[in-house]
Write a protein that binds this ligand. Structure first.
Ligand code: ACO
Length: 464
């Protein structure tokens, strides 16, 4: 068995951030709206001095250098992003400057809103398992990340920036569980970027929340049914019985909190559908679960997505099981501190989980849910192998990436700076014959930055 999965991970997050407390004051919204209402703490951002290519270069160079990976050993390189600076030339080719003489690598940039990172992971893992895999070039690298920016308004505090670079191969300490993966896709306009002259998306915020939950329901049901069949279980089990950690795509943390509760609700509906006794902890939501398992289930399900009384009842269920604290909290902190990194978000949460728990994860399982608007979503399983040997380990990721040390080293800046940098980005978008005005010193040492865009829109990068 090749035991394909993740060998190593690292990340780049910009050197500057705004605190969501400060942003509440600067935007004149009620105190707690962003910090409690959205559940966010900090938001990373970049000026006109960085773009998606420099962010990707910064992330991949860190992975290669800090884990001392010989670029000649990489047989596949793939990028997941929705931050395009060119409709044809992809970030994937810009990364070639990091690979020396190695020109023989498969892979391209994959795009579907926030899903591209997971598409890149699944493609990389499929390659590592395939007949194209060669022992003399055993590694795939994928990098997932974005510059997530919104026009001024309610969605702006759900921006963020960063990229996660991941080494994929055989005999991995973090393995993809075979046979349980479940996807859901739909033709939706919940969040999209139709304007070629703006970096900002069109977002139907409330609609996007329901789309996300519908995809989550469908993926979870398939994932659970397959997991239970694989384990030979005849009755539906609860999420809390079957995995040790749960990772979500995280546009903002409130949605993550609600997602976990939604899975607990699914456990209740599944138990009733199967004619099983409802676990005691799920009694508070019996009425709703019976409606969703009953005759008019489609209407009841639709209504359940926005039912505040149900969400309140689920909060009590969550508290009684300590579900969020044990399953989700160790893998949510990075996104709370950098904001939405779109394609990178779920992958950043995995890195945060490993940096939080390290070797303690050994022998446990995680379930991961990845969502990209438009929409495509997948839930898949991760196995933190108890028997992994070799140079790549959970402890090594924890020590090398040291993601919380990197986040602590950033600089908190006033919100006026963030707002004026967003104006600089607007002015820079799509321009040729352009030199960024923001100082190079705002880029962390060792990171890449945009030097200029020439008269034929060719971009050049340098390293601080
Ligand atoms: N203290 C505590 N909570 C508060 C406060 C306060 N002072 N003020 C408001 N809130 C709560 C609200 O009650 C609400 O809670 P709920 O989620 O439990 O209903 C929450 O804060 C959000 O406030 P709203 O007024 O409902 O929403 P808002 O107009 O601020 O928009 C939204 C929020 C829709 C998430 C917006 O930021 C957005 O459009 N973001 C981008 C879309 C997005 O990320 N979608 C997710 C999937 S798609 C993707 O990944 C891009």
């Amino acid at each position: 068995k090749p035991n394909v999965g993740i060998l190593a991970m690292d990340a780049y997050f910009p050197g500057r951030y705004v605190s969501q407390d400060d942003l509440e004051q600067a935007d004149g919204v009620s105190s707690g709206k962003y910090t409690i209402g959205l559940g966010q703490k900090e938001m990373a951002f970049v000026s006109d001095r960085e773009d998606i290519n420099s962010v990707m270069l910064s992330a991949v160079s860190r992975l290669l250098e800090r884990y001392e990976i010989d670029p000649a050993l990489v047989g596949r390189l793939e990028v997941g992003t929705e931050s395009l600076v060119d409709k044809s030339k992809s970030s994937r080719t810009t990364l070639m400057s990091l690979f020396g003489d190695n020109r023989d690598m498969e892979g391209a940039t994959v795009m579907n809103a926030c899903y591209g990172g997971t598409a890149a992971l699944l493609n990389s893992a499929a390659w590592a398992e395939s007949s194209e895999w060669r022992a003399e070039k055993p590694y795939a690298i994928y990098v997932a990340g974005d510059v997530a920016v919104y026009e001024a308004g309610p969605a702006r505090p759900t921006g963020g920036c960063g990229a996660v670079a991941v080494l994929v191969g055989r005999d991995a300490p973090i393995r993809l569980v075979p046979g349980v993966r479940t996807s859901y896709a739909e033709d939706a306009y919940d969040f999209y970027k139709p304007s070629m002259s703006s970096e900002y998306p069109v977002v139907n915020g409330k609609d996007s929340q329901v789309c996300y939950m519908r995809a989550l329901d469908s993926c979870y049901r398939g994932f659970k049914a397959r997991s239970e069949a694989a384990e030979g279980q005849t009755a539906p089990s609860m999420l809390t019985d079957s995995v040790g950690s749960m990772l979500f795509h995280s546009p903002y943390n409130k949605l993550v909190q609600q997602s976990l509760r939604r899975l607990l609700f699914n456990d209740a509906v599944r138990a009733i559908e199967a004619g099983q006794p409802l676990p005691e902890a799920l009694e508070p939501v019996r009425e709703w679960a019976e409606a969703c398992a009953g005759q008019d289930s489609a209407a009841a399900l639709e209504a359940s997505y926005t039912d505040r009384a149900l969400d309140k009842a689920l909060q009590a269920v969550d508290r009684s099981l300590s579900a969020h604290a044990s399953l989700v909290a160790p893998g949510e902190t990075v996104s709370q501190r950098v904001g939405n990194t779109y394609t990178g978000a779920m992958h950043a949460n995995l890195l945060g989980l490993v940096c939080n728990r390290g070797a303690n994860l050994r022998g446990s399982k995680a379930a991961a849910f990845s969502y990209g608007s438009g929409l495509i979503a997948t839930m898949f399983g991760l196995d933190f192998a108890a028997d992994a040997t070799g140079p790549f380990t959970l402890e090594r990721i924890q020590e090398t990436a040291d993601v919380f040390g990197a986040l602590d080293a950033r600089t908190r800046v006033p919100c006026e700076q963030f707002t004026s940098d967003m104006l600089l980005r607007e002015a820079a978008y799509g321009r040729n014959s352009f030199t960024p005005v923001s100082p190079i010193e705002q880029v962390p040492p060792g990171a890449f930055y945009l030097e200029s865009v020439d008269e034929t829109w060719r971009r050049s990068y340098a390293r601080r």
